[in-house]
Design a binder for this molecule. Structure first.
Ligand SMILES: C[S@@+](CC[C@H](N)C(=O)[O-])C[C@H]1O[C@@H](n2cnc3c(N)ncnc32)[C@H](O)[C@@H]1O
Length: 281
């Protein structure tokens, strides 16, 4: 274990921990009876460490390396894609910093919106780089959404991300403000417009249905965005939080198991009734 730790640049304690939680288990024994790593264990360790260095949590890493549909080559391709995205984002940030340095040298002040953009007000540009690898479609949600869409032929998917819940067999237009998210949309996904919910670049009643899944809580002005959806479509389908429901903090996995503080983020979130009114009941 000491030698493997040295080679991999991690502590023996880390290796013990990975062994304990079943993430990377040394599967061989030395003649003296010590546990030892086979080539396959080392390959798995390399994948685990690469995903860890990209910022994935241990539970996410376990899901990624145990993905039955991914072999070693698929992991390498996925890691390569994720690293390239990181590099593109870093390049974009360096370019933005260079622009600001040059502007300051000329005595030009940077408008607050631009400063915020640089510092990550565009949340998903900063945190969304691994979305395609970690986001899964929940089949029960997809079924309910499909049902709610009814016989809609044209659909606008607002805050579409990488398109997890975009329905097949309909004419879909996606709307997504984050460049990092747009860049991860798979080839063949619906065309995607760079815009935010609060200002949709479409005519009134341009679509049969406007849908928004797990995104309203990120909007700067949720009610304005919902009214926009109502304006551009005949019907609106939204999957969001109901923070009026008593006890939601104890049922929602994020607040219950990990981050009770998350409840504070939703303190000013509109009531479900208010949101329903904004989209026409
Ligand atoms: C949790 S992801 C959900 C993505 C997708 N709907 C899904 O269910 O997989 C939230 C998405 O909302 C987008 N978003 C953030 N602010 C937005 C805004 N004002 N208008 C539209 N989308 C926004 C983010 O960029 C991100 O892609």
């Amino acid at each position: 274990m000491g030698r493997v730790a040295e080679l991999a640049g991690v502590s023996v304690r880390t290796l013990h921990h990975y062994d304990r939680i079943g993430l990377v288990r040394p599967s061989a024994r030395t003649p003296a009876g010590y546990r030892a790593y086979r080539a396959g264990d080392m390959e798995r360790l390399r994948e685990v460490l690469a995903y860890r260095r990209l910022g994935f949590g241990l539970r996410e890493v376990a899901e990624l390396v145990d993905d039955p549909s991914a072999d070693a080559l698929a992991h390498l391709r996925r890691l390569r894609g994720l690293l390239r995205e990181r590099r593109d984002l870093a390049d974009a940030m360096v370019a933005a910093i260079d622009r600001e340095i040059a502007a300051r040298a000329e005595g030009v002040t940077v408008p607050p919106e631009e400063q915020l953009g640089l510092l990550g007000a565009r949340l998903y540009d900063a945190i969304g780089g691994a979305y395609l690898a970690t986001r899964r479609t929940e089949p029960r949600f997809a079924a309910q959404i499909g049902e709610a869409l009814g016989d809609a032929r044209t659909v606008v998917n607002v805050g579409a991300g990488t398109g997890s819940y975009e329905p097949a067999g309909r004419e879909v237009t996606a709307v997504e403000p984050s460049a990092v998210m747009r860049a991860q949309r798979p080839a063949g996904a619906a065309p995607c417009v760079a815009a935010a919910a609060e200002r949709l670049p479409f005519a009134d009643h341009a679509f049969d249905v406007a849908m928004a899944v797990s995104t309203v809580h990120h909007w700067e002005d949720p009610m304005a965005g919902l009214r926009e959806m109502r304006r551009v479509a005949r019907r609106v389908v939204v999957l969001t939080f109901d923070t009026d429901e008593p006890g939601w903090r104890d049922r929602f996995w994020l607040t219950r198991d990990y981050l009770p503080e998350f409840a504070a983020v939703l303190a000013d979130f509109p009531s479900l009734r208010g949101m329903a009114e904004a989209i026409g009941g």
